[in-house]
Design a protein around this ligand. Sequence first.
Ligand code: PEP
Ligand code: MG
Length: 576
Amino acid sequence: MEKIYGKGIYEGVVIGKPFLKYEKKIEVEPYSLKEGEIESEILRYKEGIKFAQGKLSNLINELRNKIDKKDLQILIVHFEMLNDPIILKEIEDMIKKEKINAEEAVKKVLGKYIELFSNKKNSVYQQRVSDLKDIRDRLLFALIRRKELYNNIEGKILIAKEILPSELLELVNNRVEIKGIIMEFSGTTSHVAILAKSLEIPTFMGGKNLFLEKWSDEIILDTYHSKARVINNPISEVVEEYKKLQKFIEKENDEIEKNINMPSITLDGIDINLDFNAGQNIDLGALKRVNPHGVGLLRTEFIYMERDNLPTEQEQIKIYNEISDEIGKNKPMIIRSLDIGADKILAYCPVESEENPSLGERGIRFTLRRKRILRTQLRAILQSAYGKQIKIMHPMVSCREEVLKIKQMLEEVKADLREEGLKFKEDIETGIMVEVPSIIFMAREIADEIDFFSIGTNDLTQYILATDRFSQKENELYDYYHPAVLRAINTLAEVGLEKNKKVSVCGEMAGELVGIVILLSFGIKDLSMAKTFIPRARNIVRKIEFNSLDNLKKQILRCKDSVEVRKLVKDYIKNL
Ligand code: PEP
Ligand code: MG
């Protein structure tokens, strides 16, 4: 029996068969098709192309500001070749004519071009040979991988070096049920982590050397305990223990379901606002079920990233109106202005390459330098907020001067709208995200200029601990239960109380039981999280006596490391 420790992303206990997703290519033998199989093979081939194109285009976007333009050009050429209608049609025709599987047709057609260019001495042709080999492998990989994954993964625990958000979405789209995910990649606030949570798949990250293990037929994935673990070759007694734990969790889930329509109120009658973080996919059915108080964070990036030009004012108004209609017109919603930079890139609006993009032009720094973008967004938010409980907030603010600039722009935009005779929300509330530590130290002065603070613990943690939230190497240092992060949050909560300004939290921490208890003990009553966490959050809120948390808060603030914090709060939760 071996145990591998890492980070749990979505809590659960799974006992099941592992499925290893190898990165290396798998050879496929040629086979002939029967007449009736040709159509579905063409469809599979077309889906494979689409998949390969999508993967490459994502890669290009991810690398756009990280590598030299010259190097990026290699991938852009590959992308163009992957879209070449002549080659693609030739492969399709060969599948039909020769009645062979798509992989074999890809090999034959591209093999022909590879041979043709290989015989030429010119270095330009030699380069084409390697380009062609690359796209041949990309296509083969897309075809083989898809078939392998879909056929074999159903009902198993996926083990991978890394799984991309697009791959995960694709599996879900194809209704393939994955019981759990174990990966070497580690990024607790990465997009794949956020996605795994919203899909409610128990997920484990940061496992070392997963592919050196000899996996047993049955393994245990435990992300329920704070020290998440994978157990390979479990002895029968341990399997039995985990089966008991699964029963216990089921009972706990029943209790959560029972409380689903109850108010989010503590034992001593304090209302806690459980909001949700919204992005592109607002699943209305799921939303009604979990019944959130409102939207605590609308990440507007998706509106800009899903297209190849800037959204107009009218297009944005339409989207904000649609979202507020979906969640319910009377529900509060905080719309965050565009948060571009670092990992989020607009292909059609590039930023200059920087040594350290996380410390560079991102969030409000990006939009304050591109005033037209921010003005258009403010105009749209102000108009769609008319008669509704909509607020604005800005990401990555690091100083009071930025706050003053934002305020000035808001007033100018309002004056324009007034002059144009357009309806808009005059008294809109404006807040800032607290993601940069300087804000904590300047909180009193800044509080006088804004209506509310919303703590983005995902970024705040990376900037307080000087550890990249997306880095794999330094990931062990990234921990939002580090006492330094918690003390910073508490300081801000105290300023909020003193200045009578609302402080909410919208980072991943706000959706975890340990996080919720800590934040309540600091007096924070507004928590925004992935919608799937709301029922669990409501359940724990209803067990807590808000005004008796002071002693716990004192103990938390005395902790010397995150291990101590977790233990202390977990023990507290056990006794609720
Ligand atoms: C955060 O930084 O905590 C946050 C909520 O913003 P994002 O995850 O979108 O950077
Ligand atoms: Mg952030």
